[in-house]
Write a protein that binds this ligand. Sequence first.
Ligand code: NAD
Length: 441
Amino acid sequence: MADRYLHLTGTAPGRFLTRRLGLPQPAPLRRWTLETPRLEGPLLHLTAGASAVTGVAEALSRSGLPVVGDTDRPAAIVLDATGVATAAGLGDVHAALHPVVRSLAPGGRIVVLGTVPSPDDHHQAAAQQALEGFVRSLGKETGRGSTVQLVRIPAGGAARAAESTLRFLLSPRSAYVSGQVIELTTATPTPGPAADPAAPLTGRTALVTGAARGIGAAVASVLARDGARVIALDVPGAREELERTADRLGATALPLDITAPDAAGRIAAAAPDGLDVLVHNAGITRDRRLANMPADRWASVIEVNLDSVLRATDELLEAGVITRGGRIVATASIAGIAGNTGQTNYAASKAGIIGLVRSLGPRAAADHGVTVNAVAPGFIETKMTAAVPLFIREAGRRMNSLSQGGLPVDVAEAVAWFAQPDSTAVNGQVLRVCGQSLLGA
Ligand code: NAD
């Protein structure tokens, strides 16, 4: 559904009027296109004290942007704050960013590199945790479509682990991601960067559930763009829409209800050479306040959004259908983080996804060489949100640092980042794709 307010503020009289009234000023976001695959401008590399990780300059040199130590108009700024281990050291963060933050180009990116707060050194832990509050606040200040994130690299580790993450965050693909904290593991990225950077998923098979429309169709489309063979799954009742989507993408349609008892077996049969990427996207809402919610509305949401995800994941992992180096990406929601009136069932199912990802991620990596992550979309413009009453919809759109709703492709780009062959160190993470929504942490 069109965001008329965003169009209005894109015109001179509209901008004048809405500024006079003190209303939000959403900046049109620059997303990935074939013609604009990169940010336009240099990347300013700054440090706060001595680095506590190796290879930051090399990792940045592979980000796709020219790296400089000084510039008037950076498209991106990366501050290496991994060595900040005391409260006094936070002064170096201010000293590095204060003089340059205003010069960031519209639609620019700031990424602060930190390390994992130490359980053994409370001064280091305090200083590194401070970076989280800093980043989340700066994300609310920068405006003009700019975003700010914190990427934690294990202390003493190599920035090589952060390359796929930096490529994503320092590109137009992450347009609707802001105020996020990503904690990388020590896993060494294997098998390394793809031979063809424009099609990193070449030779990989990906299955996306709920792929007939909305976010799932966008995920299928972006994974196909990145070179994957895609199997698009949706309920038999959506067969026509599913086949249209699959045909458009050169994908295979798999009409199947994910809650069917034999769903995992039928998925395995549709991917005889195994699955490299499994995206659990199918989801439903059956909203009612708890006092008015019959058991069937509760049960159907838990069944589709959580139980079928747990079952299919377990069965496909145990049967070895998910290949080594494989990727599982599930779909949570900010409702699962912040809660929402009328959505006790939905929020419980989506919070359950977060529990699944955090618990299974490390074990799936150890036992199967597979990562498990989740996206947590905020307000995304789809049929689901078009059905929301006007005033709640307007509030949903504006209540974030970018003052607008996201598009399905924003979620899809995040899924594609998790799916990258060199995203091995990205595991057990929940990435909010919500424009830094004011709801939840
Ligand atoms: P949508 O309703 O447009 O699409 C969901 C798709 O899932 C549909 O095609 C539907 O047929 C399919 N599906 C439902 N039950 C299924 C089943 N049992 N088996 C197979 N397929 C099934 O929704 P959307 O907005 O694209 O949402 C996609 C995912 O993102 C959902 O998990 C949703 O909870 C989540 N999400 C969406 C938003 C948003 O703002 N749109 C926000 C947060 C989270």
